[in-house]
Write a protein that binds this ligand. Sequence first.
Ligand code: PLP
Length: 393
Amino acid sequence: MSNRPALPIYLDYQATTPTDPRVVAAMLPYFTTIFGNPHSEHHAHGREAREAVEKARRQLAGLIGADEKEIVFTSGATESNNMAIAGVARFGREGRNHVVTCATEHKCVLETVKALAEEGFETTIAPVDRHGLVDLGRLADAVSDRTAIVSIMAANNEIGVVQPLAEIAAIVHAKGAYLHTDAAQAVGKIALDVDSMGIDLLSVSGHKFYGPKGVGALYVRRHPRVRLVPLLHGGGQERGLRSGTLATPLCVGLGEAAAIAGREMQAEGELLASLGLRLQSGLRRLVPDFWLNGDPARRVPGNLNLGFPGIDADRLMAEAPEMSLASGAACASSSLEPSYVLRALGLDEAAARASLRIGIGRFTTEAEVDFAVECLAAAVLRQRSVAPARARG
Ligand SMILES: *Cc1c(COP(=O)(O)O)cnc(C)c1O
């Protein structure tokens, strides 16, 4: 076996990423030295903190082609998604009372849409094809001049599939509705431009791209101006959209993560794609009969979702503690249900249970990939030797 990496190996970069040490370094002074309230603009302590927050706002805006005035800091993508979807729906522009999303969204989108249905809004959940791409024909049928907002994620957290946002925007805008995208898995991984992609609202999560946990942002378009009802009421910070004192160190960390991603994203993506191929070709030699969930081409680098016929992924994870892997989304993996995302692609229960998510990222090494190949293959073969393989179905 090649040089053995430190164990356990982290292969769950879609659940969260470590904070980049450069991000931590940028944040540190804002806990102790520059601690002022960024909303206290009448003294120097406050103004210094304010300047740091505004720099971070520009850094994040720059990464997605937005204007800094269009960025609202939040506690993470969960809050941003709630705020965008419920906020636009409840604003009730032109009496529009219909909300559309798709079946493979993150729980925080699906649960927000469900809560809106309970409030009396009409809701539609569009299906996806077997690769996880939203069915554009069904989406076009669903969107009408009663639709307030359509929420379709940029990249999926389980299968990495990248949705055709520009095409979706054309469908949505033809009916005068707004397009929101949960870009938690796309920001810092692939190029995003809110104008050329026709995005009206976009959710960001700091900890999915090497920023700190507990911070995120919502992009809200100003031309034409998207209006929404805030979730939090109070001092009217963030132009009245998100009351509460901003967490200066977390905002600074999010900004620094965005600046690093802007410089390094392309090269990093190429590196991750080649590590992903190395992992797949290594596995093919040892356990050739696995399949790839999601679209083979339209996916974010770093995400592999593989199915191993006859395997129970949860059992494999328990039997291979040398690797931190996932069998579904982090937030749903405590439930006994197989992944609803994989089921929405048409996988039956056994095939969904046989699937593993392997997430590699900035700090993954070749030695870790090679070790993971051997470790995964051994775990698959071990499980098959005790339980006879069932057919993939
Ligand atoms: C992680 C994630 C979220 C939730 O983000 P938090 O910042 O942890 O609230 C939402 N959507 C997707 C696609 C995610 O991957």
